[in-house]
Design a protein around this ligand. Structure first.
Ligand SMILES: O=C(O)COP(=O)(O)O
Length: 219
């Protein structure tokens, strides 16, 4: 059986206490692990943040912007409909009217620390959450569709092992064969996980991956 690993980044590989900078030993282990198993980092983050937070991390590939941008073998793919620029313009106009601050990625519109309800009345749009942060995206884009994109890109028909902690990992878990929650995962993620790690964040992932390479852990 072949396995493809799909791991969230914030609070799964990197700890909030470290300002989401990945630990050196976690990055190095994943780099080596990626030569044995395809390992994709699947995150809400944009390219510009990842290159600051994890410059040494070299996985097999990336699914960024919560499923919208895929990077593999130096190529960048966009998993969004062709009319997204026009749709997104309407979203931004609506946010501007209500005075909500946001940042814009290649596809994603990101609203940090949402306090009031966020109602976006634009067709073809959905909101995904990571704790209190909102990610506004085309309605067919999430981490799950990003991983499906990767599976077809690689012509991969083995099992997907998903690693995550938070609401925006639910779609990732939906397309996974084996769901792994870090020790610090939200209760709703732990509730549907096949494996719950003892340790939080990158420490949990490191122990899990070491278990696999040493043969102590079988999938
Ligand atoms: O919310 C983000 O920007 C990133 O978060 P994630 O890596 O947990 O998806």
């Amino acid at each position: 059986m072949s396995y493809l690993f799909a791991s969230d980044y914030d609070r799964t590989l990197a700890d909030e206490k470290d300002n989401f900078v990945i630990k050196k030993e976690v990055a190095e282990f994943i780099n080596n692990f990626s030569s044995r198993y395809p390992f994709f980092v699947v995150t809400g983050r944009e390219r510009k943040f990842i290159s600051k937070l994890a410059p040494a991390l070299k996985p097999t590939g990336w699914v960024l912007e919560n499923g919208a941008i895929i990077i593999y073998q130096g190529k960048v793919f966009t998993n969004a409909p062709n009319n997204w620029p026009e749709v997104r313009k309407e979203v931004l106009e609506e946010l501007d009217r209500t005075g909500i601050q946001y940042s814009v990625g290649e596809v994603i519109v990101y609203v940090n620390n949402v306090i009031n309800p966020l109602n976006i009345n634009v067709k073809g749009v959905k909101v995904e959450w990571n704790r209190n942060d909102a990610m506004i995206l085309p309605d067919n884009v999430d981490k799950g569709s990003g991983v499906m994109f990767v599976k077809s890109l690689l012509n991969f028909s083995g099992k997907v092992v998903a690693l995550g902690d938070s609401q925006n990992d639910l779609s990732l878990f939906k397309v996974a064969d084996i769901k792994v929650a870090v020790g610090n995962a939200l209760p709703e993620i732990k509730a549907i996980a096949d494996i719950i790690l003892d340790k939080p964040n990158g420490d949990g992932i490191l122990e899990f991956l070491k278990g696999i390479t040493s043969g102590r852990m079988s999938l």
